[in-house]
Structures are given as structure tokens and as C-alpha cells.
Write a protein that binds this ligand. Structure first.
Ligand code: FAD
Length: 266
């Protein structure tokens, strides 16, 4: 690990100012992506601006038909929250599949979506539920937020403060995980929004990160059943390929996980 300066801001505003004063710095939340990268010297921020003391970034609450999750909410808090379980139970279950207990006790929703790993589960829910990412300076719709592998609409020094999830009529999630890391080789989230729109979001499989297979959504709009997806597939050339799974296998998994997610939706 390279040497770095450690900074402890007193407020979100203070954190933004501290990072502006250290342009080679980074925000720190759960540290479960950033610290391993620093240990491996894949990242060498000159300063860490630690967001962990900021109560403004905490809290999980329901506001009418919206579930608001503060950016510093740990995966375990979300997975075990009665508010989340009551409002969007499948979201709580999804977050309960992230990593292992150590990861869930430290990792945060803000860190996860800021990092935008193509296999990170939250992106599937943010996209399928048409959630809004709230930052210290604006609100960003899901569609605009995710911009490719490890790339988001966040500007330099912009802090995710919360994510707002509109409550769906129903939602299902199916994940095929790498047994070692628990990251998704393919995860599919299916949701019917309060307005009746069907949205499908795929993580772990696409070569450019989270995506929505339009053909699946069209089929489910007229018949929300696993049967409606029979024979539906995605183009393997749009899929990722690595030592864990090739493009054809991932394309196959998208169909299988989508049918499972629909069958499990509630
Ligand atoms: C062994 C292992 C298994 C894992 N398995 C899974 C899995 O199955 N599914 C899954 O989804 N994830 C998985 N993860 C990732 C885990 O969820 C991480 O916690 C998450 O990706 C990053 O969140 P963090 O809070 O730890 O962020 P950090 O590591 O603190 O930060 C990550 C990045 O986001 C930036 N950042 C942090 N917070 C904010 C903020 N509020 N606003 C703006 N930028 C911010 C940081 O500057 C940094 O660039 C796994 C991780 C490990 C180590």
C-alpha cells in the first residue's frame, strides 16, 4: 500500500471541500473495494476522505410509495431492515446474497453503486425499479446513472447521499453466483412498476455492465410469466467473457435467470 493522508470530514459539505483540496484523493465508505485495490497497489489515492462518520448519509425510511436508503447503509442493515422487508422484500433478499458476512457488515449501497462493478447486485435493483440516485448536488435517474464498466454519471468529488426506490407492484431476482466470491456470473431482476411498466435488468453478464433486454420486457408486458420468455435470448457477442464463463454460457444464463426471476416475483 502506498502512503496516503487520512481525512475525517464533519459534514457532506466538508467532505466535498476536502476532496476538492486533494484532487488525487478518494472517498471511503465500506472500503471493501477500495482498500483491497490499495493493498494490491491497483489504486494509490493521495488522500482518503472517510465518509463513515457522516450521519447525513445514514438512515432507511419509507416516504409514501418510495423507499429511501442512505448511502452509508451497510448491506446487512438493508438485508435485515424491517422497513425494507416490508416495502420491497425481494430487495432485502437480494442484498442478503452480497458477498459474505464480512462484506455485508462493511460494504455500503453508496460505495457499491459509485464503484459500479458490472457484477454488483444493487445495479440490477436500481435499474429494474427505475430508482433515483441522490447526490450532494442533484438527482440522477437510473438510466442516466450507469454508463458502462466501473463508470457512472458521478462527477469528480460528487457524493452519493441516498438511493430512492419507488415501490413496485412485484419484483423477482435470480442470481447465479460464483461460489468463491459470491459475485454474480449473471443476475436478473424483473419488476413491474406501480405504473404497470415491466423492467428487466441484467448484471454480471453484459460486456458493458448492467443492461435491459428490450425483447424480454416486451414479452413480459403482454404476459408476465416465465413461459412468455421461453426461447427468448440475448446476443452472445454482447456478453462478457472471462475465466469463469464464456459469452455463450452467460447468454444462456440470462434466459434461465430471467425465467427464474419472473417465476419468483411477488
Ligand atoms: C470478497 C468480496 C465479495 C463481494 N461480493 C459481492 C457480491 O456478491 N455482490 C456485490 O454487489 N458486491 C460484492 N462485493 C463488493 C461489496 O459490495 C463492496 O462493499 C462494494 O462494491 C463497495 O462498497 P464499499 O462501501 O465497500 O465502498 P468503498 O470500497 O469504500 O468505495 C468504493 C468506491 O466508491 C467510492 N465511494 C464510496 N462511497 C461513495 C459515496 N457515498 N459517494 C461517491 N463515491 C463513493 C470510493 O471512493 C471508491 O472509489 C464483494 C466484495 C468483496 C471484497
Amino acid at each position: 500500500m502506498y502512503a496516503f493522508e487520512y481525512l475525517k470530514p464533519a459534514s457532506v459539505q466538508d467532505a466535498v471541500a476536502q476532496l476538492a483540496a486533494h484532487p488525487e484523493g478518494k472517498f471511503l465508505s465500506g472500503g471493501h473495494t477500495l482498500i483491497p485495490a490499495m493493498k494490491l497497489r491497483l489504486a494509490g489515492p493521495a488522500a482518503l476522505v472517510d465518509l463513515n462518520g457522516l450521519d447525513e448519509l445514514r438512515g432507511i425510511r419509507r416516504e409514501s410509495d418510495t423507499l429511501v436508503i442512505g448511502a452509508l447503509s451497510r448491506h446487512r442493515e438493508v438485508a435485515t431492515s424491517d422497513v425494507v422487508r416490508d416495502a420491497i422484500p425481494v430487495l432485502a433478499e437480494m442484498v442478503g446474497t452480497i458477498g459474505d458476512p464480512a462484506v455485508r457488515h462493511r460494504g455500503t449501497i453508496g460505495g457499491s453503486i459509485a464503484n459500479n462493478d458490472p457484477s454488483a447486485d444493487y445495479a440490477a435493483a436500481v435499474m429494474a425499479l427505475a430508482a433515483t440516485v441522490v447526490t450532494d448536488r442533484r438527482r440522477i435517474e437510473a438510466e442516466e446513472y450507469f454508463q458502462g464498466l466501473f463508470t457512472t454519471a458521478l462527477e469528480e468529488g460528487e457524493i452519493v447521499t441516498a438511493v430512492e426506490f419507488p415501490l413496485p407492484r412485484r419484483m423477482g431476482y435470480a442470481k447465479f453466483r460464483n461460489p468463491a466470491s459470491r459475485y454474480a456470473l449473471c443476475g436478473v431482476c424483473v419488476a413491474e412498476t406501480a405504473g404497470g411498466e415491466v423492467r428487466v435488468a441484467v448484471i454480471g453478464a453484459g460486456a458493458n455492465g448492467v443492461f435491459r433486454p428490450a425483447e424480454f420486457e416486451t414479452a413480459l408486458m403482454s404476459d408476465f410469466s416465465a413461459k412468455a420468455l421461453e426461447g427468448k435470448t440475448v446476443d452472445p457477442s454482447d456478453m462478457a467473457s472471462d475465466i469463469h464463463a464464456d459469452q455463450d454460457y452467460r447468454a444462456h444464463l440470462v434466459g434461465v435467470m430471467a425465467r427464474r426471476a419472473v417465476a419468483a416475483a411477488r
